[in-house]
Design a protein around this ligand. Structure first.
Ligand code: GLU
Length: 458
């Protein structure tokens, strides 16, 4: 216990990150990459873990402000830019999306076409870079730099020493590029494309930056720090899917099994993972395992995933929908004044107007439950339904479609349907030609059904 005025206890996320870092900091396995000479200068003891939540809150432990070159962690973000430029089908024609099960620098090309296996290995990333729409190489790189910066929420620059070092020793990547151009899968000036790719890999970031970048993907493409929409939500979904299957080179399968998160590593020791709608997390620790992934990074993110229960395949918490009322207009009539004859009819037939009220959010499971409640509540046709969703705060796209389809079916089966909902939600569910009616409030909806019932009695 801390008494008031002493100190505020550390939050559980920071405490968790610190504990993981403390323990895993003792690991001395792995080798700092040295095939790019400049990378060999990295401090093997540097170790930082950063988390950014969907509200834009940062949680930091250790060396989260040490700058390093982004390397392959750039690949998913540049892939996002290519998807935004060309769309998934056009991009897939040029770069496949199958885990290669091979090393990052492997010649993973489709026999015949030379199409690279996926955009997370070097061959695929080089083609992806070439796809970014721009009038020339300088403009192409500027678009890439600006895109990475928007993901990070600050202006990023290039580590010129790393760039020069990689350019001086990057023959394997040049060879890959020439092979692909020979096979017809890479189009353009090989020298320019590979140099742009090297510059992209040399963009300077910190673990704190990478956490923001990952959080932006987790947040459907909206940077939680700046509020800027960096990419559209469907693109974020596609990028995360690719990171889930191909993000960790030849360790991708075991990674998804254990940590259960879309992720991407790079040879400078950076590693990111995204937990959709929850957080982005990044580690910096340069020593790598034989697959080229940060040794401490893989362990730290696996542990963080377990500690905060982030595995994608976890059964999510549901139960956010509460049906607050299932009754009829007989028990809950409107307050509209009626003469004695009308009141008598409504007292007798009011149960032909079913009322279902709910609150919470509607995704697949909640909508499925709500629609079952509606079915149970309905009187035999012809009849009326008041579906009172005024306190439903959010409706997912698929859920709106389910709802809209069911209400349409009810109308065709002889029911009159009155819905109350917040405006955005009503718009989402309502399609042109739908014959169910949206009301401002439950009282008006019930009164309308009563009027219709009485008119029918004429
Ligand atoms: N620039 C590095 C290369 O192309 C990136 C490799 C990586 O981070 O996996 O070799």
């Amino acid at each position: 216990m801390t008494s008031a005025g002493t100190h505020i206890p550390v939050d559980p996320v920071t405490a968790g990150l610190r504990e993981i870092r403390e323990r895993l900091g003792r690991i001395t396995d792995g080798e700092v990459a040295n095939y790019i000479p400049e990378l060999a200068r990295a401090d093997p003891d540097a170790f930082g873990i950063a988390v950014v939540s969907m509200s834009g809150h940062r949680y930091l432990a250790g060396d989260t402000d040490v700058a390093f070159s982004i390397q392959s962690v750039s690949k998913p973000f540049v892939y996002a830019l290519a998807l935004a430029d060309l769309g998934l089908d056009a991009v897939l024609r040029r770069v496949n999306a199958e885990p290669s099960g091979e090393a990052y620098n492997a010649i993973s090309l489709e026999p015949g076409t030379g199409r690279p296996a996926n955009p997370m290995v070097n061959a695929g990333a080089i083609v992806t870079t070439s796809l970014i729409v721009a009038p020339d190489a300088a403009a192409r790189f500027e678009r890439i730099r600006a895109c990475l910066s928007a993901f990070a929420g600050r202006d990023l620059d290039v580590d010129e020493q790393v760039y020069a070092s990689e350019a001086a020793t990057g023959d394997r990547n040049r060879a890959l590029a020439y092979l692909m151009r020979g096979a017809g899968s890479l189009v353009g000036d090989v020298h320019e494309i590979v140099e742009t790719y090297f510059r992209q890999c040399s963009v300077r970031v910190t673990a704190a930056d990478l956490a923001v970048m990952a959080a932006t993907l987790a947040n459907g493409g909206v940077n939680p720090l700046t509020g800027v929409t960096v990419i559209q939500e469907p693109v974020a979904v596609q990028v995360l899917a690719l990171m889930a299957t191909c993000g960790l080179y030849d360790e991708a399968g075991a990674w998804l099994l254990r940590a259960g998160l879309p992720a991407k590593s790079g040879v400078s020791g950076g590693l990111i993972a995204a937990s959709p709608a929850r957080l982005g997390i990044a580690v910096y620790s340069p020593p790598l395992d034989v697959a080229g992934n940060s040794v401490r990074g893989v362990k730290a993110l696996t542990e963080a995933s377990e500690r905060f229960a982030l595995h994608l395949m976890h059964r999510p918490l549901q139960q956010t929908l509460t049906v607050t009322d299932r009754s009829t207009a007989r028990e809950h009539p409107s307050a509209r004044p009626r003469d004695a004859a009308a009141t008598a009819i409504l007292r007798r037939d009011g149960r032909r107007i079913a009322i279902v009220s709910a609150q919470g959010t509607l995704e697949f499971t909640e909508t499925e439950r709500l629609l079952n409640e509606v079915r149970t509540a309905l009187p035999p046709a012809p009849g009326w339904l008041v579906l009172d969703l005024e306190r439903v705060t959010h409706v997912a796209k698929g859920a709106a479609a389910m709802l809209g389809a069911t209400l349409g079916d009810l109308v065709r089966s002889g029911y009159e349907v009155a819905v109350t909902a917040q405006e955005s939600m009503a718009k989402e569910a309502h399609r042109d030609g739908d014959t169910w009616t949206v009301f401002a409030g439950r009282e008006q909806a019930v009164a309308w059904c009563e009027d219709r019932l009485l008119a029918g009695r004429g």
